[in-house]
Every structure is written in C-alpha cells, then in structure tokens.
Design a protein around this ligand. Sequence first.
Ligand code: FE2
Length: 282
Amino acid sequence: MPDIVVPLEDELGDVLEKAIRGCKLSVDDVAREAGISRDKLGDAMDYRSELTCAELECLAKVVHLNEVGLCALAQGKYPLPDIPGLPFSLECLRMPHGVGVANAYLISVPGESSGLLFDTGPSFTALQSHWPKNLKKVEAVFLTHLEAEHAGGLCDVVDCFGVPSVYVPQGSQAPCGEALDDGDAMHCGDFEVTAYSTPGHCSSHYCYRVCLLNGSNGRREVLISGDLIFAGSAGGGYFCCQQQQKNLQRILAVCPEQAVIAPGHGPLSTVGHERRFNPFVN
Ligand SMILES: [Fe+2]
C-alpha cells in the first residue's frame, strides 16, 4: 500500500512557524539564540530557505524540534514509510478545500458494502465525488473535530445514508451525534474503535484507534489522527500549543509501532516512523 505521491501537508516554513509560536519566543529571539541572521530565518519561514543543516540543528535545539526530521524536511527528503498491509480496507478520500486538501477515511471489510466513515470532508458534494461505488451503507460516522474542512458534509451524509450512529468530540458544537469521552471503546460492525480526547489544535479534538474485532492477524490497527499529527509535521496548536504537544506525545506513546497513521491532511505514515522522524517529536 505505497503512499508516496501525496505531498506532505507542511514545508519547513510551516514547521518553523508552528514551533516558534509553540515556544512563545519572537522570531528575533530564536534567531539570536540559534546564532543565525534574522533575515535568513525569516526567509526560511517564507519558504525560501537557505539554512544549512548545521544552522537547522542550532534552530532545532532552540525550538525543541527533532533535528533529523527537520533537516530532511528542509532538503525535501522527509522519508515516508512503507505502509504495512492491513487485514481490512482503509480508503482515503482526498478532497480539495481552499488551497489545500482534506482527508476523510472509509474503513471496511473487503467485499462488504458497509463501512465506517471518519470525518466527512468539506461538503457532501466533495465526499460524493470521491465515494467508492461498492460502499452503499455507513454504519457509523466519527468526527475528529468540527472544522468545516473535516465536518462540512456531516448532516447530508447522515440523511443520505441513514447513518445509525454518529460520534463527535466531547464539547464540540456538532449538529447531531453522541459526544464521546476519552478512552471510550465501541464495537461497530466488525471493528473496535477507541476514542482519545486530544485538544490542542482546537478545544474539542479526538483521535481514533481502529482494529478488527477478533482479528486473526494480531492487533494491526489504524490511528485516525485528524489534525493532531501529520506525516512530517503536526497541526497548529491554535487552542493550546502545550496541550497539542502533550497529546501528540501521548498518542504516539500509547499506539503500537506498526499502527498506520491516517491524518486529516497529507499522506499516510506509521507511529514508529513518526516517533523517529517527526520534527515535533524529540
Ligand atoms: Fe484541518
């Protein structure tokens, strides 16, 4: 299941901007502490980086980033892992939204016509244009968070498919659905889904671990990570940078190495890979 043609969500400039904001330092302070010129750092944040790896290592120390991942990102060589085979189907629906792309995911047993939907994309029209023909029924919808690019199609999906179960983050202003608590585990069809409250990007944000019930191939699983973690980056801590970082570390610690990360933006990755390379993990 290679996933190498999908561009990363963030470039070096995005990662530096998020990291500097998270440290509550000014760009001037970071440049001075890292011993590089303010203009050079400004250029890097403006997607015109001429920073050397030695300079990036100094920057990484000041803003607490993983220097290996940061240098790889700066060189356009952030590695992506081979995605391990899963004992079920994971389909990514990549939908354009503004200047970016938002991901929703369908998880199902191969050959069956029903599945679980994680996030609903910017609109039902966008979702329909990427919808696989074989999937006729949605057993449950799970939302990571209520931003328009991830939950825009919710009401229409529920109406169109007659979805019996909708699960939303505790504290979110969803138009429908049952609010989950941290650690809630549910059996949905052939799957077990465990919810984790992961505020930081926004005040109500959840991740979901999904595995087959009674799977004969061990607990190979998927982490639906929303805007908590991306391949090579993390969501902006617009609600709270400290909580975002704490939850990122927590989720990577509790999930197994082989778990496939299915993020709200960008390509798939694995927990083990992001533990090693993600700039925000050190
Ligand atoms: Fe997003």
